[in-house]
Design a protein around this ligand. Structure first.
Ligand code: 4NP
Length: 154
């Protein structure tokens, strides 16, 4: 049987989704689970780039290294490759659902903060134009979401 696979998606794949990938992967390793985590952006602005230095620095402070990740664009094959697809905000949700080919595809897509605040459809704010405190706030929310995702899996 192939491993269970979870994809994190934001706009640029250099701030929120690589942070989400790093935080969830770290918790999965600590829990001793065999789950594959990846991330992608709906846009191709930053394809091939490493995560934003502020995202790298905040995660490093929390003991997680995401400096080796490289941005890639989300594409419709990701619906076949992944079991769950978490988007960061409403705009990501619309962009991903536009590419969905079936109800099966659509059912894989969830707003990440609904894992912590079910049904509220909250967006995880884009920190790109903010300062380091915005990246810390993103980390704190992703940490809660990753814990919730793991407890749902167990
Ligand atoms: P992300 O943040 O979607 O969390 O990776 C952004 C990164 C880059 C841009 C926008 C958001 N940008 O416009 O280049």
């Amino acid at each position: 049987m192939r491993a269970y696979k979870i994809l994190m998606v934001c706009l640029g794949n250099i701030c929120r989704s690589p942070m989400a990938e790093g935080v969830l992967r770290n918790r999965i390793e600590q829990a001793g689970l065999k789950i594959i985590v990846d991330s992608a952006g709906t846009a191709d602005y930053h394809t091939g780039e490493a995560p934003d230095y502020r995202a790298v620095s905040v995660l490093r402070k929390h003991g997680i290294d995401i400096s080796g990740l490289a941005a890639r664009q989300f594409n419709e094959r990701d619906f076949d490759d992944f079991d769950e697809i978490y988007v960061m905000d409403q705009s990501n949700l619309n962009n991903v659902l536009t590419l969905a080919r079936s109800e099966e595809d659509r059912l894989k897509v969830r707003l990440i903060l609904n894992t912590v605040h079910p049904g509220l459809n909250r967006s995880l704010a884009d920190p790109f134009y903010g300062d380091i405190s915005h990246f810390e706030a993103v980390y704190a929310q992703l940490n809660q979401a990753a814990a919730a995702i793991i407890s749902q899996l167990k």
